[in-house]
Design a protein around this ligand. Sequence first.
Ligand code: GAP
Length: 493
Amino acid sequence: MAEQDGLESMCRRRGFLWQSSEIYGGEAGFYDYGHLGTKLLENWKKEWKDFFLGLDENYHLINTPNIYPHRVLDASGHVDHFSDVMVRCERCGASFRGDHLVEEEIGENAEWMGKEEIEEKISELELSCPECGGTFSEPKDFNMMFKVSLGPTGEKSGFLRPETAQGTYINFRREFRALRKQMPMGLATIGSAFRNEISPRQGLYRMREFLQAELQIFFLPDKHEEVFKEKFEVIKDKKIRIKRADWKDTKEVELCELEGLAPFYLFHLGKIYEFYLDVMELDPEEIRVRELSEDEKAFYNKIHFDIEMDFDTLGGWKEVSGLHYRGNYDLKQHQKESNATLSVPTEEGKKIPHVIELSFGVDRNIWSLLDSGYHSNDRDWLDLPSKLAPRQAAVFPLVRKDGLPEKSREVFKKLEKDFRVTWEKSGSIGKRYARNDEVGTRYCLTVDYDTIEDNTLTIRDIERKEQIRVSIEEMNDVLSDLIEGKKGFEDYL
Ligand code: GAP
């Protein structure tokens, strides 16, 4: 917890993120991103779009509203099924998620448990209210959607969307026609999702309003098998750390060794894994893929694997994204309830396309970067991938006199065109390094007296704390080679 407190405190002080409505005491489940947090978020979104929309020329981004009429979420099954089991303390009235109470006691995942199992466990384990020791009421299903009324008289009702996915399904027909009836067709959305979590907790992990980045791929399993086979061929030998539902432990295996999963599934699984290692630059030891059991799967999923990260600040393995094979459940439901034709013609007659969904919680992924990058030992520093870091470089004058501020300002102007860079002159040089270490600025450039003489400056690496000397003329090229990973800092020492 000390780790979580230290990171949260840094995030508040330096402008990354903090609980929303802070000056009114804060509201659980809602977070504000400050100037650095917003940059990190925007960089992550850009990399996510570049990577996943780049998987196929027929994968595209769309935007849809946050509110949907009752009918849409009734058809999708959310009105009937999108609930958690809630228990209330009969003495103090506090509400809890039943599975979380059980989980905390038994130390294993209890998300699969329904009302009856939770009631039995509460009685067997003799659980009482963590707030006041009172006894619990009978468990109830609690629907997590936020209901809203539409119009001045509230004659219509709707919901804040619990997932971005539904906006994509109800636009399938329009986009399929606009995109000249090509499949596989991918439609992605990045936007807010809203869930009235019973007990929002653990910072960005369980929020009531959060961001999702989701890509829905529409295809016909028989017809498009060859397309995905060809794509999968290129990555089939890639190794991933994975735990199947019936395995005791996590193993490292090649994708092609995984039985019972079709190429359309394996290709996207491999690519998600690659995103975590190559774009987010997470350590393979801190990422794993876990197959959900029949009881744990969401109501709409045929195959469901979660990608989990081993969080220091949140006590271990937690879900950050998922790959869901939803079959043709969603389009079938929307066709039935709207009467719109959502099937497509094939040689064997009309068929309703299937969907494979790549679903990322953006905030949880931002927390993964911060959790994994945060080091607090002899000093506090943040190890962020240069592509994602809010600041890639900082420029300082060694002292605030003798023309050094003016010279460093020229350097800043030259760098600003190519990099996310800041210029600072307040505080001592040591304080400026410390401030930038804390927010993950990988390279600090210092203009000193030698700069005036020979037009060179120092570049310091955040991790090594060592410096190299380069000329102002070549500094943009050196930085760009370092940031793009074409060269390592050690190559210049
Ligand atoms: N469209 C599928 C879907 O919404 P999900 O597993 O319910 O699937 C997808 O959510 C992702 O959204 C999760 O992997 C997680 O990263 C994120 N997420 C879900 N609930 C969240 C919450 N309360 N706070 C923050 N992120 C959440």
